[in-house]
Design a protein around this ligand. Structure first.
Ligand SMILES: Cc1ncc(COP(=O)(O)O)c(C=O)c1O
Length: 480
């Protein structure tokens, strides 16, 4: 049998890193959104298939450039859709380090160095950032959906007997992220076991309606067990009133989970931290480092007020892992704290970034995101014909173009077209969402690389685009 070809690892590493650095530097001048044209899809298909003989590094990297060229640059400073990924270069470099060391971070035996970092980083975030007590802890997972799923499973195990599960009810707001309903579905709950409570005029969960829903369900023999509060909704960046939610949860003996996948990072920004007051009263919290902590995908955390709740849900043992069994609680096996057994040492890239950036820079970067949305708001307020449907909060603002004389039924189409045109012209990528049924442009602007002046220019550019589209509105059909 022929031996596997020997590679010059140093040469490949040099070429790969050179391309990566070049790509990172070029992001701001590249198309924000680039989708494979249907006629080119076959070409990608042909380079996707492995061939019998090996390819050279140069050919393979040129293919990689072609493949990666077709994507939304989620890390582009003017990509404002979904939750962008303003990842620091230090994160991908930390990831390379982590990947090269290739630690199995399941047990202390296999990963005592990186596991010690994970433990100390999580307890620092839990105690110093959130304000949790000493017994708090957590686990790194792949992202917000897995963090939410993990917390929901703990909530179920802490609050329900097996027999109770079919009668159980969970409460979210109508703005809660879809990963919560998905997580409850994965855990075997029926969609009608989720009560999506309506929001008040500020898009926060209406606590009066929540209180009566719980009382109603209790009276009819159902078993309320969980409230999910939003620590920064995806749609508008809204924070639910945690002190009130905690009082309701305490009164009825329910678990309180905070979805801070997006917004929990405000805890590391001294001047904005108070927006999350009361979050320390929650039993569990999701927090994504790949959103507003400047990490590459996938890096999320689930944190709990009492770490023993994680081990009682996720703790496992097997004959073949007996040599790696936990010897003391202070030397944790993270496979007992979350759903994965084999898992990368995800904490290491966050550690690497924290080390090289320092907390003051993180604080400034997060504050900058808040400020950019506020700058967008004041620019919009100076222009006629723009309506703000959700004010700047947590780096998110929702608005629409609403010139006089345009029939209401044309506004959704007009605003969708503004978004498409801005993307086609590579001005910016504000995607659309709906606020109380109305189509709006949504800007989530958390990239530290976008200046305030550039944000003003983006809003001016959107105004030009909007005005240029007005003549195309057909007055007979009122369409575009
Ligand atoms: C508030 C919130 N929760 C949860 C999620 C899901 O996180 P992930 O996409 O990392 O699974 C998101 C994603 O945008 C989010 O904004």
């Amino acid at each position: 049998m022929a031996a596997a070809p020997k590679h010059d690892v140093a040469e490949i590493a040099h070429k790969v890193l050179k391309l990566c650095v070049q790509e990172r530097q070029n992001v701001p001048s590249q198309p924000i959104v680039s989708i494979v044209p249907p006629q080119n899809e076959r070409e990608i298909g042909s380079i996707a298939k492995p061939s019998q003989a090996p390819s050279s590094i140069d050919v393979t990297l040129s293919h990689a450039e072609k493949i990666f060229g077709y994507r939304v640059r989620m890390d582009h400073p003017r990509f404002f859709g979904f939750i962008p990924s303003p990842a620091s270069d230090l994160s991908w470099l930390g990831e390379i380090l982590n990947s090269a060391y290739n630690t199995h971070a399941g047990s202390w035996f296999q990963s005592s160095g990186p596991s010690a970092v994970e433990k100390h980083l999580l307890s620092w975030l839990a105690r110093d950032a959130i304000g949790y007590p000493e017994m708090a802890g957590g686990c790194f997972v792949s992202g917000g959906s897995m963090a939410n799923l993990s917390a929901l499973m703990v909530a179920r195990d802490q609050k329900l007997s097996f027999e109770d599960r079919s009668k159980a009810v969970a409460y979210t707001s109508d703005q809660t992220h879809s990963s919560l309903a998905k997580g409850l579905g994965i855990l075997g709950f029926h969609p009608n076991q989720i009560r999506k409570v309506a929001c008040d005029d500020k898009m926060r969960i209406n606590t009066t309606l929540l209180q009566s829903a719980i009382e109603e369900d209790n009276a009819s023999g159902k078993i309320p067990f969980l409230i999910v509060g939003n620590a920064g909704t995806t749609n508008t960046g809204t924070v639910d009133p945690f002190p009130e939610l905690a009082a309701i949860a305490r009164e009825h003996g329910l678990w309180l989970h905070a979805d801070g996948a997006y917004g929990a990072s405000a805890l590391l920004c001294k001047s904005r931290r108070s927006i999350l007051n009361g979050i320390e009263l929650c039993d569990s919290l999701s927090w994504d480092a790949h959103k507003w902590l400047f990490q590459t995908y996938g890096c999320g955390m689930v944190l709990v007020r009492n770490r023993k709740n994680l081990t009682s849900t996720f703790g496992t043992s097997a004959e073949y892992t007996q040599d790696a069994a936990e010897t003391a609680e202070s030397f944790p096996n993270f496979w007992n704290y979350g759903p994965e057994l084999t898992r990368p040492a995800r904490a290491m890239k966050l550690w690497f970034s924290f080390q090289l950036l320092g907390l003051d820079a993180i604080d400034n970067y997060i504050n900058h995101g808040f400020e950019l949305a506020e700058i967008a708001q004041s620019s919009l307020e100076r222009l006629p014909d723009w309506e703000i449907l959700s004010s700047a909060q947590m780096g998110i603002i929702c608005f629409r173009y609403k010139p006089s004389g345009i029939p209401a039924e044309s506004l959704d189409g007009l605003n969708a077209k503004i978004s498409q045109t801005a993307i086609e012209e590579n001005l910016a990528a504000p995607l659309t969402t709906r606020i109380r049924g109305v189509l709006v442009l949504r800007i989530c602007c958390i990239h530290p690389g976008l200046s305030g002046e550039e944000m003003v220019a983006v809003i001016d550019g959107l105004n030009q685009v909007a005005k240029s589209l007005l003549p195309s509105i057909d007055s007979k059909t009122n369409g575009l």
